[in-house]
Write a protein that binds this ligand. Structure first.
Ligand code: NAP
Length: 269
């Protein structure tokens, strides 16, 4: 199927993560140029770098730091010219359960500064870039989470950082068209996906049982399940009239299991 991605330039934050690496591979296979950011290690991208030396550029970036994010776009422009697409995918999740009355301000601030402020900085410098390099088309894809939709007890920092992306989605879809008349902004909300972010939880059979109780398809996602949907939104050929939409990729997940009545510690009221 034609995707029209040949020579499109996609900037992708968190290219070194599970979903990011899979998406990088799909984009490169379609002939796109990719500027991918990594933070702690580019090891996951080594194979793609040697396979696609002319299409892939990687840049160490801490998305909390405005100078780093600005530098990411300077490096992107030097490598492949105008950035046509930004996939704002980088994020963290602290997987230790923390009721809000035990959550440190430090944890709250750190999660928000990466997941929300980092996404703001990425979008800001992408939009500046669109102003600097005018063009008809542009696409911003935000990566949220089912946690932003359903909430997530004991992970309120993460859920809040992802819920806030709806504000960016609905605002920026109306701003982008002033810089690129066919510009689009969409949000992809993955559910549980087998990457290093979630693997510890997904190795715990009890946790997986509770997760599957909320999902009609009774399975968690692979990175490719999410990356294919993002690829669809990156492509103007495939989704050129879709903007302002949140697409949840979660096997039909419905909320959370709140109580397991077979567990005595869940049945104390
Ligand atoms: N996996 C799931 O179950 C799940 C569920 C819902 C939503 N999501 C969302 O899907 C997206 C991708 O996550 P993933 O599952 O692929 O997780 P992952 O494998 O842990 O990847 C996270 C990526 O974010 C990067 N990153 C972390 N801190 C950063 C910082 N300060 N500056 C720049 N980059 C930073 C990491 O870079 P390094 O690896 O180089 O440090 C990595 O590339 C995230 O937005 C996540 O919230 C995931």
């Amino acid at each position: 199927m034609e995707t029209g991605l040949h020579k499109k330039h996609v900037v992708l934050t968190g290219a070194s993560g599970g979903i990011g690496t899979e998406l990088t591979r799909l984009l490169l296979d379609e002939g796109a140029n990719v500027t991918g950011s990594f933070y702690s290690s580019k090891r996951e991208l080594a194979e793609l770098l040697s396979q696609y030396p002319d299409q892939l550029s990687v840049v160490k970036t801490d998305i909390r730091e405005e100078a780093d994010v600005k530098g990411l776009f300077v490096r992107a422009n030097d490598a492949f010219g105008r950035a046509d697409v930004l996939v704002a995918n980088a994020a963290i999740a602290n997987l230790e359960e923390k009721p809000i009355h035990e959550m440190s301000l430090n944890q709250w601030t750190n999660t928000l500064s990466i997941n929300l402020t980092g996404t703001f900085l990425s979008a800001k410098h992408f939009f500046s870039n669109l102003q600097e390099y005018p063009g008809e088309d542009a696409s911003l894809i935000l990566v949220g989470s089912t946690a932003g939709h359903f909430g997530e007890a004991w992970f309120a920092d993460y859920a809040t950082s992802k819920a806030a992306l709806y504000g960016l989605l609905m605002s920026l879809k109306n701003e982008i068209v002033h810089l690129a008349p066919r510009g689009r902004v969409n949000l992809v909300n993955p559910g549980w996906t087998m990457t290093k972010m979630a693997e510890e939880a997904l190795m715990d059979p009890e946790k997986v049982k509770r997760i599957h109780q909320t999902i009609p398809m009774r399975k968690t996602a692979l990175p490719a399940d999410i990356a294919h949907v993002i690829l669809f939104l990156v492509s103007d050929y495939l989704s050129g009239h879709i903007s302002g939409q949140a697409i949840t990729v979660s096997g039909g997940m419905e909320g959370r299991v709140l109580y397991d009545l077979e567990r005595s510690d869940d049945y104390k009221h």
